[in-house]
Design a protein around this ligand. Sequence first.
Ligand code: NAD
Ligand code: SAH
Length: 412
Amino acid sequence: MGVVRDMELAGAGRRKIAWAASFMPVLSGLREEFIRTQPFSGLRIALSIHMEAKTACFALALRSGGATVAATGCNPLSTQDDVAAGLCAEGVDVYAVWNAAPEEYERHLAGALAFRPHLALDDGGDLTALLHGACADRADALIGLTEETTTGVRRARARAEAGRLRFPLLAVNDADCKHLFDNRYGTGQSTWAAILHTTNVQVTGKVVVVAGYGWCGRGVARRAAGLGARVIVTEIDPIKAIEAAMDGFSVMTMDEAAPLGDFFITVTGCHRVITGRHMARMKDGAILANAGHFDVEIDLADLAALAARRETRRAGVTGYFLPDGRVLNLLAEGRLVNLAAGDGHPAEIMDMSFSVQALALRHLARHGRELAPGVYPVPRAADEEVAARKLRAAGLSIDALTPEQRAYLEQF
Ligand code: NAD
Ligand code: SAH
C-alpha cells in the first residue's frame, strides 16, 4: 500500500497515466513482451524517480513482467499526489507525497526499500546513498541498480573510485537513447514549458543566459533560440564553448553575461554558478531558474543576503527585493524547474528513457549476479533495440547494407 496523500485522487491519477501511456509505444511494446516472457518473475524492484505519470507507466510495465514493485519519488516537489494514488490503486506500493519535508522524504525512500529489493532504479543517487548508509541492512538481496541521471552517475563513479560502491550499477544516463534525447530535447522542451507556464512572460527578443553547454544546455539553448531569444552560453570547457559559438550562440563569462540577461538557466551539475557577485549586477526583473540536479547552482544564501525582503509573486516565483529597488525572480526555489514546476519531459521522450531502463533492469536480472561491484554501461544492444523500436513506432525505415556494400566497407 505505502504512503500517499489521498486515495480519493486515484481517478484523476489513472487518467493522467492512461494519457501518458498512449504516447509511449516502445514501452507499451516491451510491456506486452514482458507479459509473455516474465523477465522479472519473483523479483522485487524499488524505484526512486519522479512520481508522475510516465514513471507510473514504467512501474506497471515492470509489474507486467512479473516484478513486485515499490515506488517512491526522487524530489519531493515533482511528486504528483493524484498519480501516486492512481499507481497505488493499481496495486503498486507507493511512498510519495508532494512537498514532503526532508526527513519525511527520506522515510519514503526507506519505505520503498522495506521489502528488500533485488533490483533498484535511482535518479540522482539518494536511494543509492541510503543503500550504503542508513538502509544498508535492506540491501541483502540486491543484485544491482540502474542510475537515470548525469549527477547520479557521477556520484556512483566517485563512490566506485573510492572503493565504496557495493553493487553493480548500470549508467543508464550514458546510453545514447537516454541522454541524446532525454537530456537534450526533453530538458529543452520541459524547462521552457515550466518557465513559460510559471511566469507567463515573453521570451522573443529577450536575452537568455544558459550556464553549461552539455546535453541539457544544448537543448535549453536551442529551444530558447526557437522562441526568438538572443542566447548567451557560459562554459568552463573550451571545447563545449567553441561548439556553442559555432552553433550560433554568444559565449562569455557569467560576469560578462550577468548585466545582459533577462533569463538565467543553470544546467551544469556544478555549484555556485551564479553567486551574489553576479546577482548584484543583474537587471531589474531578471528571472533565475535551475534545471540541473541540485538546488545549489544558483547560490540561494547569496540571494537571500542581498535582498531586503522576499515574497511569493506567483505560484513558483519568489521575488527577492533588493535595497536599490530591483527585484530578482527565482523560480521553483532554485530546484529543478522542469519537474518542480511542471510535468517534466514529454511522454514520447520518457518512452525511450524508460525503455532503456527496462532493458537495463532485465540485463541485471539475467546477468547482475555475475558482475562485481562497479559502474557499467548499458549494453549497446539495448540502445539499438530501443532506437529500432522507436523508428518502427514512428513509421520510419532505414536502409540495410547490401552484402556488396558490407564487403566494400570491410576492406578498409
Ligand atoms: P553534461 O556533463 O553533459 O553538461 C554539463 C556542462 O556544464 C558541461 O559542459 C560542463 O563543462 C559545464 N559546466 C560545469 N560547471 C560549469 C560552470 N561552473 N559554469 C559553466 N558551465 C559549467 O551534463 P548534462 O547531462 O547536461 O546534465 C547537467 C545537469 O542536469 C546534471 O546535474 C544532470 O543530473 C541534470 N539533468 C537534469 C535534467 C532535467 O530534467 N532537468 C535532465 C537530465 C539531467
Ligand atoms: N533527484 C534529482 C533528479 C534529477 S532529475 C532532483 O530532482 O533533484 C533529472 C532526471 O529526471 C533526468 O535524467 C530525466 O530522465 C528525469 N525525468 C525528466 N522528466 C521526467 C518525467 N516526466 N518522469 C520521470 N523522470 C523524468
